[in-house]
Design a protein around this ligand. Structure first.
Ligand code: NAG
Ligand code: NAG
Length: 615
């Protein structure tokens, strides 16, 4: 897609919303469960520290059976089995001098000049790497967690304190996006107090640190970083790349349109060491492409332009994972969110396509038609295929081209060309996403857990729809996992324990991935639920175990059709007969509340001696 399309789209956005999505009223979940119900009947557990807010960093450690949590002035170590059990915690406040400096810089001493722990990574067999905002003075340290089979410990190694600039954000409202690869940290952050020097940064480890060209809007234009992943491309580690997901102001938009938000995927090579004469200690392999998530319409596309989160789901091999991305829109007209799915191959294809280039008297962005130098910018130096073993050997024209052409002309489109799932006018937007790949009786399904800005979690399954490669999202559950409605800041799954961990400003919550009994007490209800985690076992709706050889397990995720599976079953929905007496000419209240919010209730009316009529 070209930039002209992007330009036209924004002008008519308000109108298009109505035209394209007018009849797409938010779909109701099959089950909506309140905090009280979840707590009383469905194993919801919560954790919160006294006088501490802002739970944001979650790290699942399956081997140790611990959930590490970063919050305001604290790191905590919880049991993965039950986060409400006695926790280990360590206090890590910012020193008084830093807090005073922060206050002099005009920040609020009570809410901003604290150490908000933003980042937790498993560093080695005994230590975690933790970084926090340190009252606008980012700081990192190693946290000792002990060997695997030992009694859990949690100790801050004060000798290991180091500068967190370029690793953790300064501002508690910003998000830390980083990945630790070996001993090296790749992060996307603002690396200054004013929050203007945005950088993609490599630090720690043995090599000199590397960054993006500073204050060059072609490279990064007021970005908000979302996620970073290390994704190998082959068995050869020389081809390893690190991908950055963010949103930013589009440099390619015509100035008349004002600020236009776009979502991006950026790449760098892991073996990049910068240039020799220019781009010294800067990336020489940085490229970025637009990530599109839109609904096609007759008069143009409706764009979900604000990338919120990305989850990487590895299936067959770790080289070609699926990317599940949650988006919202910057439109003030209507609140909407969408989930789009991308294949890694489509991302790579965009980076192998034409470069975007600004030319002509109107400074338009076009597809670059000239000669591209060799080795092609964005390719990693590799001893196996190329003649260059280091980015320091790259010819000058390659380095110059790379500096001037970080943007690709082609966008990355979602599988199926449209969102898998969208919610418009639902009164909330998506903030985080995580996914689980589940084996069911009739195939494999991806189950998505989507966090919202009102503290709820949506459970959505992706079911095939005709021949579409990405299928269609089906909303199964809306879970109110918190007492309040603070936005969800982080989500992690433990597949081994079948649990979901959710963080917000006010607490951390733990909930099983399934609540089969909540679907009902009949085969048909269980079947209609279409929850790949659940099946009818002849007596109840219970967890489906694909390994167990239970021939009589009934499940139909694909169609949710109980008529064949449950016919002749003693567990068919029971007809309840209830007599209600009324006086002639008066009124009586007839109540029928189905368990499923997607059920349709139909009333029939029958006079003595007549057939029933639908009212
Ligand atoms: C979790 O731990 C809390 C606190 O020890 C306890 O009250 C609760 O019963 C535990 N829940 C489960 C399901 O084990
Ligand atoms: C892990 O890293 C920490 C910090 O560098 C170091 O002190 C510790 O010895 C390391 N542990 C192992 C098992 O390598």
């Amino acid at each position: 897609m070209g930039w002209a399309g992007a330009a036209a789209m924004i002008l008519g956005l308000a109108l298009l919303w109505a035209a394209v999505l007018g009849d797409a009223s938010p779909s109701p979940p099959r089950l909506r469960l309140s905090f009280q119900e979840l707590q009383a009947r469905h194993g919801l557990r919560t954790f919160r520290l006294e006088r501490t807010c802002c739970y944001e960093a979650l790290l699942v450690d399956e081997e140790r059976g611990r959930l590490f949590v970063g919050a305001e002035n604290h790191v905590a170590s919880l049991s993965l089995d039950n986060i409400s059990k006695r926790a280990k915690k360590l206090a890590w406040p910012a020193p008084v001098e830093w807090r005073e400096e922060c206050n002099w810089a005009g920040k609020d001493i009570g809410t901003e000049c604290m150490n908000f722990v933003k980042l937790l990574h498993a560093y080695n067999r005994t230590h975690l790497l933790a970084c926090g905002t340190g009252a606008f003075h980012p700081t990192c340290a190693f946290v000792e967690v002990g060997h695997r089979l030992e009694e859990p410990i949690l100790r801050l190694d004060l000798r290991s304190l180091e500068d967190g600039k370029g690793k953790s954000p300064y501002d508690p409202r910003h998000r830390a996006a980083s990945v630790l690869v070996g001993e090296e940290l790749y992060s996307g952050v603002a690396a200054d107090l004013m929050g203007r020097d945005f950088t993609i940064f490599r630090s720690l480890g043995q090599r000199p640190s590397l960054r993006t060209e500073p204050h060059d809007s072609r490279w990064l234009n007021e970005p908000k970083f979302v996620k970073v992943f290390w994704i190998p491309e082959s068995e050869n580690p020389d081809d390893d790349k690190v991908y950055f997901f963010f949103r930013e102001s589009a440099v390619e938009a015509a100035p008349a349109l004002g600020r236009l938000s776009v979502s991006r995927v950026g790449q760098i090579c892991r073996n990049d060491v910068g240039g020799q004469r220019s781009l010294v200690n800067k990336w020489t392999t940085f490229l970025k492409a637009r990530l599109v998530c839109s609904v096609p319409g007759v008069e143009g596309d409706t764009h979900f332009d604000q990338l919120q989160d990305v989850f990487l789901l590895s299936l067959r091999d770790r080289w070609s994972p699926l990317l599940y991305a949650a988006f919202s829109t910057s439109s003030t007209v209507l609140r909407g969110s969408a989930v789009c799915v991308y294949s890694m191959n489509d991302v790579r294809r965009a980076f192998l396509g034409p470069f975007a280039h600004k030319e002509g008297p109107l400074h338009q962005w076009v597809s670059y038609q000239g000669r591209v130098p060799y080795p092609r910018p964005g390719m990693c130096p590799s001893k196996t295929f190329g003649t260059f073993s280091s980015t320091k050997d790259f010819p000058d024209d390659v380095i110059q081209f790379a500096r001037n052409h970080p943007l690709m002309y082609n966008s990355v489109l979602p599988l199926g060309g449209r969102p898998l799932f969208l919610q418009v006018g639902a009164g909330y937007t998506f903030t985080r996403i995580t996914a689980d790949h589940v084996a069911a009786a009739d195939g494999h399904y991806d189950v998505l857990f989507i966090g919202t800005d009102v503290g709820t979690v949506l459970k959505v399954i992706s079911v095939p729809k005709g021949s579409q490669p990405n299928g269609e999202g089906l909303l199964l559950e809306e879970l109110h996992v918190f007492e309040d409605s603070a936005a969800i800041t982080s989500m992690q799954i433990s597949s081994k324990r079948h649990q979901l961990y959710v963080a917000s400003r006010s607490a951390v919550a733990q909930i099983p991935l399934h609540r089969c009994a909540a679907h009902g007490r009949a085969c048909a209800e269980c079947c209609l639920a279409r929850d790949p985690y659940c099946a009818w076992d002849g007596a109840a709706c219970t967890r489906f175990q694909p390994s167990a050889k239970r021939r009589f397990r009934r499940q139909d995720v694909k169609n949710g059709d109980p008529s064949t599976l449950c016919s002749g079953d003693s567990s068919r929905p029971t007809l309840l007969e209830r007599k209600v007496f009324g006086v002639e000419g008066g009124s009586a209240f007839l109540e029928c509340e189905p368990r499923s919010l997607q059920a349709r209730v139909e009333w029939t009316f029958q006079r003595a001696g007549e057939a029933a009529r639908t009212q």
